[in-house]
Design a protein around this ligand. Structure first.
Ligand code: MF3
Ligand code: CO
Ligand code: CO
Length: 256
């Protein structure tokens, strides 16, 4: 851990990350218009792939990792925590919640962002989970400042989410992102204020809390990717890519 190198991006590289982040944000807005009952997660995948290619960009998830991820986006429905694989047999139903996680590569740089969308009219509990998860991400983002610590971020998220009666996933964390999809540092969404590595201007990483209705424990399906809650209760997630600046934080995947 101590020898992990955290890249500080130059002004030029930050500008590339800004451009990738804007493309990622636009892609999520486009997918938002397609999410409705009756659409399959494969249709969402194919629309995202086409949109990305039309932009001259590439989908980072496709073929990523081991086993190679078989989709262009992650589509994580209800009890799926993250890394859900798009499937033509999976049709969105009224009341579902679905996280869509996109990562276009634009001119070599990754824009990594996700949102949980509500399909039709979900239960009050599902609506609360989604609202608390998004707000927890913003608490984490607001905890970022130069000279602060990585633990400040997780502490802010965890305190808020647990006070609302939910749990924070431990097995997946935020990450540095630049020309490389996943690079140091790791950004846990739980932890202790004042602990962990110091935040410095030029660091770029994701904050992507996964918040569960029940237990925080996860299990991976035999496809090697799909992560679901052990108790099969609901899970939601939101993600932004952020940069530490001289006086605070810049959210690169928020539409300017
Ligand atoms: N976009 C995800 C993240 O936030 C990673 C997806 S890896 C994949 O880190 F292979 F599943 F696409
Ligand atoms: Co992501
Ligand atoms: Co990420």
């Amino acid at each position: 851990m101590g020898s992990e190198r955290i890249t500080l991006l130059s002004k030029r590289e930050l500008d590339k990350m800004r451009q990738a982040g804007q493309v990622a944000a636009e892609l999520l807005n486009y997918l938002d218009t397609l999410v409705k009952p009756g659409v399959s997660t494969k249709e969402l995948n194919d629309a995202a792939e086409q949109w990305t290619r039309d932009r001259g960009a590439r989908s980072a998830p496709l073929g990523y990792g081991e086993p190679p991820f078989p989709g262009s986006i992650c589509t994580s429905v209800n009890e799926v925590i993250c890394h859900g694989i798009p499937n033509e047999k999976q049709i969105l139903q009224d009341g579902d919640i679905i996280n869509i996680d996109v990562t276009p590569i634009v001119d070599g740089y990754h824009g990594d962002t996700s949102r949980t969308f509500i399909v039709g009219s979900p239960s009050p509990l599902a609506q609360k989970l989604v609202a608390v998860t998004e707000a927890s991400m913003w608490r984490g983002i607001e905890a970022v400042q130069p000279g602060g610590r990585i633990g400040d971020i997780g502490a802010a998220i965890q305190e808020y989410a647990e006070a609302e009666g939910f749990s924070v996933v431990r097995d997946f964390v935020g990450h540095g992102v630049n020309r490389v999809f996943h690079t140091p540092p790791q950004i846990p969404h739980y932890g202790t204020r004042g602990k962990g590595k110091r935040l410095r201007p030029g660091m770029v990483f994701t904050i992507e809390p996964m918040i569960n209705e029940g237990t925080h424990e996860a299990e991976i399906q035999s496809d090697g990717w799909t992560a679901l809650t052990k108790d099969r209760k609901l899970s939601a997630q939101f993600e932004h890519t952020v940069a530490v600046t001289a006086d605070g934080v810049e959210v690169l995947t928020k539409l300017a």
